[in-house]
Design a protein around this ligand. Sequence first.
Ligand SMILES: Nc1ncnc2c1ncn2[C@@H]1O[C@H](COP(=O)(O)OP(=O)(O)OC[C@H]2O[C@@H]([n+]3cccc(C(=O)O)c3)[C@H](O)[C@@H]2O)[C@@H](O)[C@H]1O
Ligand SMILES: Nc1ncnc2c1ncn2[C@@H]1O[C@H](COP(=O)(O)OP(=O)(O)OP(=O)(O)O)[C@@H](O)[C@H]1O
Ligand SMILES: NC(=O)CC[C@H](N)C(=O)O
Length: 640
Amino acid sequence: MRIAGAALNQIPIDWEHNLRNIRIAIEMAKETGVELLCLPELCLTGYGCEDLFLSDWMPEAALAHLQQVRQWTEGICVMVGLPVRLHKRTYNTAAVLRNGEILGFAAKQFLANDGIHYETRFFTPWLAGETTTVELKGEQWPLGDLLFEHNGVRFGFEICEDAWHPDDVRPASRLVGKVDLIVNPSASHFAMSKTDVRYQLVMKASRTFNCTYLYANLLGNEAGRVIYDGEILVARNGHLLLRNQLLSFKEVDLEWIDVNFDAELAPAADIVPLTEPDEYKELNQAMSLGLFDYMRKSRTRGFVLSLSGGADSCFCAVGVAEMVRLGVEELGAEEFKRRSGCFPAAAETVVQQEGAGGKAAQVVAEEDAVAPAALSTNQELVSHLLTCAYQGTVNSSDDTFNSAKELADSIGARFHNWEIDEEVAGYVGKIQTALQRDLTWKTDDLALQNIQARVRAPAIWLLANVQNALLITTSNRSEASVGYCTMDGDTAGSISPIAGVDKDFVKKWLRWAETELGYAALRHVNALQPTAELRPLEEKQTDERDLMPYTLLNRIERLAFYDRRSPSKVLAALETEDTGFDHEELKTFVRRFYTLWSRNQWKRERYAPSFHLDDYNVDPRSWLRFPILSGGFAEELAAL
Ligand SMILES: Nc1ncnc2c1ncn2[C@@H]1O[C@H](COP(=O)(O)OP(=O)(O)OC[C@H]2O[C@@H]([n+]3cccc(C(=O)O)c3)[C@H](O)[C@@H]2O)[C@@H](O)[C@H]1O
Ligand SMILES: Nc1ncnc2c1ncn2[C@@H]1O[C@H](COP(=O)(O)OP(=O)(O)OP(=O)(O)O)[C@@H](O)[C@H]1O
Ligand SMILES: NC(=O)CC[C@H](N)C(=O)O
């Protein structure tokens, strides 16, 4: 039997878009002779519909829209994920459709409730062995723990998290011997190195439960923060039959394989491991797709970035350039432009060719329209999609200016340079007059730093507004942990692409991007020490002098909030490690970390939406919740 999985790039409650992708996948499958097709978890509504799952109307609308899918299923068996609401409870289900009929709804038994997942808020888990009935307009269908059969192949379900539970309790343990095939529609978020975990799950399940295992994940940045890699896996008795290219820019990625269910296949003695994932490359692909989807789904026209020439903003600039490079590489320039929605129709633009001795004249109907024909290279596309500005002060150095300018030029970004000292002096002067005293570095250090960061915000926002672009804010996870940023200053922005990764990783990634991706202009930033450049230059401010070494900060953060240890346990763990610091120094750093962490929860609550990229993040809207007001670990830190 030819079986297939299709990864779909969906949008919450965008019925037209989601149904179009579902239809395309089914038509592609039919054209290819596929008999059974698995689509991802909740692909009809989108996985990230949040509290809409708790309404009556949304699941009802999903069931109504499912009726449209029926007509496309002549001659094929298709699984479509959707919520079903019964007696004020919502179930996460996969409908099985064939020849215009709905055969039933398999319901998820184990809900994902860790890390970024909060499914128990929205859904009720289904009980093993139970079934009920769904009704609509006089028709009835079974829902629950169901078995199906198609052309002689018996199959059952695990829906995403169902597969992440121990072998003796997961649904597969009850399907073994009763089915030939287990189908797993998933919405499994991207995190660096996670693909190996998923691969092992699927391979081992197919061997342990003596079956063929078909797995299909969602694709792309569906709803803003979470990115799906569109993984499709088929394994049989521990042998890999199919694994696709991850993080595609396509809307629909259909992958199929022929399985001879009649032939015996001896279980694999060993599960062949995947080659170790390259996290720098993985992050690059995930961020590129994340940015592309965010841009087009928010219907904005590119990005604006305050480019300091430092590590964080350079990372973001390269991120946009890589979005273009990878997108064009996969889709081609024309399709990339069309899908981005950022390139006005050619008809709007009139380009007059250079006359004899005259200058080229451009008559452009829309202010930022660029003749599509001229935009053939990646640099030209970047020039359309990314505008950068260096906003210097007396505390800025030539090093950072050169770094910013050279990088922007090399990737083709539009680059502006202006100074903000006048505005800073204006605000400082007003407050000095109001208070009738001078503000000095001795008495008002933080305030004088923050006003510079804040004064950069209005102009760069104005530029973003004028261009209907997303303003990128550049915070990383390490800064977010300790609030090393000025609220409404350098945190101002609409999207925060790297807030999920730590500063040490940012620095290493930039060195990789210089050598492996060939961004030679990064040699400047790769030679610089991270600095806010907010104090007078002679003070030689660096982040690590203000805070602590980033590697240590990251380690404390991980021990405290990934491993969830107490301050004393964090300190004890550090003392067993080769940190290069003695007991008293470590105590100072641990105290500083927890104090800054607690004081700055309100900042983390106010960050622009950020992507989940690492195995954890500190965003209260996704991975890590913490009170805004708290005792700040006072007793625990005093006891150290
Ligand atoms: N619980 C709470 N809920 C709500 N608001 C709270 C609050 N606690 C304090 N606040 C408010 O927080 C304000 C202070 O916060 P904020 O104004 O952001 O500033 P603040 O956190 O005091 O200082 C910013 C820090 O970030 C560093 N920085 C800034 C900019 C860029 C960079 C860089 O690396 O490039 C580094 C800078 O060196 C400094 O150490 C207070 O005036 C108060 O209004
Ligand atoms: N001179 C500047 N021109 C434009 N933007 C700036 C300037 N200085 C700071 N910014 C903005 O403030 C952000 C925060 O500064 P921060 O120092 O944390 O990051 P960075 O300069 O990119 O990296 P690093 O910390 O490694 O120097 C910058 O990423 C940038 O967006
Ligand atoms: N949608 C889900 O059930 C996802 C949960 C699963 N543990 C994962 O991370 O892939």
